[in-house]
Design a protein around this ligand. Structure first.
Ligand code: FAD
Length: 528
């Protein structure tokens, strides 16, 4: 069933077994999983089926780094940020879940093995091939992938979703569902707690026309995206000072994003054909991307984070800072975004105009390909000082806006530099190419970190742990100290690997839906 908040009388009291807050990939996945279970499910979504500016403005906030805007890196309508996403899917690696002594605050309380069955189930949501992310499982035809030294380098693999827009693709299934109701234009502005302080008594809904209602449910799932889920916990602090689930002051800490630096380029010393698995994006009639990254052994030996590099380009000329900036601008514009540091990029393009014009001319006239650019996507170390807090400024619904204060450190820069070094060493050993590193990666001031691209991966601020002293949610994604409040979001990731987050978000959402079904069967949905 699908309704608009305006169709409901203001002041109404709604009831459900499960209330899901947010209709992005996480919320829609849980709602689909609970379809046909006999549970009454209410999914409340801030936006409508189409993008509208007034609703989107609720996402405005302050990013102290200034390199992306909080209201341009996430989208507030049914389907959430899948409205603009790129569709790159990959699971986290085994070592991403482990506690690594050289990465402070690393380690998940669950293993890759625990989540693998859910990755397999999540796969089909994205309209991609079956779950296979090892290059050995694919047929690359006459040109095999390189035989890499496992002490140094390992292959990375993504399957590319069409990209699935969760709103349009799944709306009809939920509309037809008898036990799932979707309520559009309904913003949750507060989560309230019973006087005992542990079980959630209800949530307040509000729209932009001042109408209000309340929902009470046996269990609640916050699925509003990494930043907004955190904001709701921090805001709902009237009964619980400092915010819900925040007795240890951890809500909002450990913010992570994946920096995407242009890492340099590969100039062929062999036939371009030898690189086919790395630049061609279609094999077995599927869209995939093959990349490279430091092996688990190399990460341990060098004391670095997980990382990946993938080919982009092609390059018709040696890599240059101007072309780098021109590509960043054009990639942002492809996503209908105007980068906040556009001025600096335009200045770099103008400074390097000769190179930019030469390469653009060669691209336009199909000049001879010399190589490919390398784009990196690196893990960041979880750091408690990278933090979301609330400002005194309020949005149109009266909710405090968010401030994001964070930095990317030296370990991340060294990780990308070492990854490019490993690629250079391996390509040298194999005699296939020469790697030119982007000079910005060699600058150990924060200049390099101002030259990164970002793609809305907001992770870490309600991290999972097996103890309330070290995290915000337990291994079932339930908020510590509450009996019936859960989180479905990348905000629960304690570390983030290099993999784009949405496949993992969906896998964890399916796992959470299974948990709710088990609780419901044994009448323990309201676990107080
Ligand atoms: C340009 C771009 C490219 C990307 N490319 C990729 C990619 O290639 N691969 C990948 O894995 N990821 C990618 N991402 C990230 C991906 O979009 C997110 O990981 C994913 O959308 C997160 O899903 P979610 O459901 O947790 O949150 P969202 O998709 O953000 O959905 C949250 C939902 O909650 C609703 N909501 C928010 N607040 C409230 C409230 N108070 N009350 C009710 N509802 C509320 C919102 O309207 C929204 O529908 C990209 C992101 C961007 C910006």
């Amino acid at each position: 069933m699908l309704a608009r908040f305006a169709e409901i009388q203001s002041g109404s009291q709604l009831a459900a077994d499960v209330c899901i807050i947010g209709g992005g990939p996480a919320g829609i996945t849980i709602a689909r999983e609970l379809t046909g279970t006999g549970l009454s499910v209410l999914l409340v979504e801030s936006g409508g089926l189409e993008f509208d500016k007034e609703t989107q403005n609720l996402y405005r906030g302050v990013n102290e780094r200034g390199d992306f805007s909080l209201h341009k890196s996430r989208f507030r309508l049914f389907g959430g940020t899948s409205y603009v996403w790129g569709g790159w899917c990959a699971p986290l690696d085994e070592q991403d879940f482990e506690s690594r002594p050289w990465v402070p605050n690393s380690g998940w309380p669950i293993s890759k093995e625990d989540i693998d069955p859910f990755y397999r189930r999540a796969q089909s949501l994205f309209e991609i091939d079956r779950y296979r992310y090892q290059v050995e499982e694919w047929d690359f035809g006459s040109t095999p992938v390189f035989s890499l030294d496992p002490d140094k380098l390992a292959h990375r693999m993504w399957q590319i979703s069409p990209p699935t827009e969760f709103g349009p693709v799944y709306v009809d299934q939920l509309r037809k569902s008898e036990n799932v109701r979707v309520l559009l234009y309904a913003n949750v502005t507060k989560v309230s707690v019973d006087p005992d302080g542990s079980s959630i008594s209800g949530v307040t809904l509000r729209d932009l026309n001042g109408r209000e209602a309340r929902v009470s449910a046996a269990a609640y799932v916050l699925a509003c995206g990494g930043i907004e889920t955190t904001r709701l916990l921090l805001t709902s602090g009237q009964e619980a000072p400092g915010g819900l689930g925040n007795t240890e002051g951890l809500v909002g800490r450990y913010f992570m994003e994946h920096p995407h630096p242009d890492a340099g380029g590969v100039i062929f010393t062999t036939a371009a054909e030898d690189f086919r698995p790395y630049y061609e994006k279609e094999f077995e009639s599927r869209n995939i991307v093959v990349g490279l990254g430091p092996s688990a052994d190399a990460q341990r030996r060098l004391g670095i984070l997980n990382c990946s590099v993938a080919f982009h380009g092609p390059l018709y000329h040696e890599p240059s800072a101007g072309m780098d900036s021109a590509l960043k601008l054009s990639r942002a514009l492809e996503h209908w975004q105007w980068p906040d540091n556009a001025g600096a990029h335009i200045a770099t393009v103008l400074r390097d105009l000769d190179d930019v014009l030469r390469e653009s001319y060669l691209r336009a006239t199909d000049g001879k390909i010399r190589g490919f650019g390398l784009i990196a996507r690196t893990e960041v170390a979880p750091n408690p000082d990278n933090r979301i807090t609330l400002t005194s400024d309020r949005d149109e619904l009266g909710m405090p806006r968010v401030r994001l204060d964070w930095s990317v450190g030296e370990l991340e820069r060294v990780t990308v530099e070492e990854t490019v070094n490993l690629v250079a060493q391996e390509f040298g050993r194999l005699g296939v190419g020469r790697v030119q590193i982007n000079q910005l990666l060699l600058e150990n001031d924060d200049r390099w970190s101002r030259n990164l691209s970002w793609f809305g991966h907001h992770m870490g601020t309600t991290r999972m742990s097996d103890s309330p002293g070290q995290g915000v949610v337990d291994t079932n994604c339930k908020v510590f100290g509450t009996s019936n409040l859960y989180v479905a979001s990348s905000s629960v990731f304690p570390t983030c690997g290099y993999a784009n987050p949405t496949l993992t978000i969906a896998a964890l959402a399916i796992r959470l839906a299974d948990h709710l079904k088990v609780l419901a069967k044994s009448d323990r949905l309201r676990e107080s």
